[in-house]
Design a protein around this ligand. Sequence first.
Ligand code: MG
Ligand code: MG
Length: 268
Amino acid sequence: MIVRKSKSEIEKMRLAGQVVADVHKMLQDLVRPGVTTRELDRRAEERIRKAGATPTFKGYQVGREVFPASLCVSINQEIVHGIPGDRVLEEGDVLSVDCGATLDGYVGDSAVTLPVGKVAPEVALLIERTRESLYRAIAVSMPGNRVGDVGHAVQSYIDSFGYGIVQDFCGHGVGRRLHEEPQIPNYGFPGTGRRLKAGWCIAIEPMVNLGTHETRTLADGWTVETADGSISAHFEHSVAITDDGPVVLTSRGDDPPGPWIPGTSAVA
Ligand code: MG
Ligand code: MG
């Protein structure tokens, strides 16, 4: 069942999303060579709790595995769901950070990929194009369009560069729970799938590899990496579908110009 949110629920979603946006803005300044991912996680949790929210990922359970941290940190060939720890970031690394916060019963979910210092030119391009693919998907997230249109917006752009689009994981509905229906794949055919309706809130999250689309999960039960060891990038926003257009609930105020309703970056 797909839960449609009322206007007041969407406003609560936006407030939760702004807690996540605030964490990402803080991390942009903290991510540099020499910092450990555990330190980033500690700072993120502190920020989330200070805002009166709780870290959605901490204690999140899939089967028998319980996620132990507030952030997912995925470095270089890691795609998603990496666990913070003692690893020290080095110049030239690529860090994907995913953050979730629950405020007043509603969840915000957003990810960015950040270069650590200076990265290789082909990696900088991968990051920029993955971010662009997210906004192309958000741009078609309007009532009347279909789930296949959203995936196609990512795929038609990313395929033109010969990158691998991850298929084993995808975007999702978001609301009172982190993962709700429907699934939002990062590939698809135009005009296919469920019709988007006003009140849907979805997390759109393209994961794009320099090499093939194939993945494998490490023995820790969480970390997903590229099967061929190639670098990967991941961008995600939580978005509300409204009759006035898409609302980027987790906006950091740095969205490019587009048909979305500018989110406020103000955090209470
Ligand atoms: Mg996420
Ligand atoms: Mg997500």
